[in-house]
Design a protein around this ligand. Sequence first.
Ligand SMILES: Cc1ncc(COP(=O)(O)O)c(C=O)c1O
Length: 428
Amino acid sequence: MSEPDIIYNFFQQNRSHFPYLEKDSSGQKRIYLNSGAGSLMVDSCYQAIEMALRNLNSMPGMVSNEEIQTAELHQEARKAVADFIGANSPEEISFHFSTTAALFNLAFALRKLFQPGKNCLVTDLDHLANISPWETIAQQQGAEIRRIHLNDESQILIDKLIEKVDRQTVLVALTGASNVIGIINPLTDLIQEIKQKSDALVVIDAVHLAPHSPIDVREIGGDFLTFSGYKLFGPMIGILYARKESQPLSFPYRVETNRPQAPFCWEQGMLPNLAIAGLKGALDYLEDLGNKLISPRDKATTLSRTRVFRLAMEGVKNYEQKLSLYFMKNLERIDRQKIKFYGLVAGNKIVSKVPTFAFEIFDYSAAETKRLFWEKGKILIADGNHYSAFVTRHLKKEALNRLSLAHYDNLEAIDRFFDTLENLIYKK
Ligand SMILES: Cc1ncc(COP(=O)(O)O)c(C=O)c1O
């Protein structure tokens, strides 16, 4: 078997870890091409939540069995997240209701940096979760907001961004990948340039990057990074990474008797134990995936968990690139008079994109297209601005359809998408 076939077959077998991949909760057959709105949960996530329901306490502690297990879960989950993103320590990881909540929390914590005369940069490629918190705090404190617009391919104008960074810039908010058009930002290079020109903190929204690519915060070099469990095959939970060296500048909301040290100072009230257990279950799955992808050459050596996670996500990225290339190839058979795809990059640049595709069928509204895909093909896609309203405004659209693939999808699902698409545009 050739190398590509081995990888393809590996990921086909792996689909069995997702019990609701082919059938919805009522047992109806369907194709799920909506992972950008929330990925499917993996079996180990359900199992971990069930275990947690039976065995955990609300309060962590050091006396009863349940208290101890709860405290251990918190620590193990923080460690697993730290290893997943290459952080130095579990103390850099805190848990939140969602990424949006984590970023509003962070904005409040950094409020003292936002003063008249200071400025903050946000980009039009970002989800509003990484724009509105900074706009709100900048307006309240009298700091300037500088917007970075997009070019014709909907990539951020990098030269403009670097030009707008100066000694008065206190923060730059960047996305890892767009949740509408899938474009990936060249974070490492960008952040290096930003840091050469200023002491600005860099905040990265990695929600749409985390399910598709390895992330290494030491390599990337930002100060804060967020992502969401429900996009990473787990439950609803927001995760915030706060680099130890960057934390002294922050003053988070704090209940007086809460422990002042990180990560506890970032968290208000009791933690969502079931979601933390589910997140740990999802990360266990990714670790297992990485272990299965270890090459025979590396088998004899003991790899760090960070390395194993990296193998898993490199495998996912490679496989998803194949899906993207197949998708692009199928596009050639579609009449462009009837449909437009946005944010596409040529096949040879596919590495700078996750498998998320925005489109519009001219004959229908985005809401109608979503409904028709469901009625005619039992395919679930998305419609709307996807909370990335500056992207849709840049494209001069109120709403766009989006199909978003994940590593549990396959070529057959893409075929079904194009069959249904052809049916809609040619047999209206
Ligand atoms: C790129 C991106 N950032 C942030 C968010 C917000 O995440 P949450 O729903 O956890 O607040 C989303 C959710 O769709 C997203 O896609």
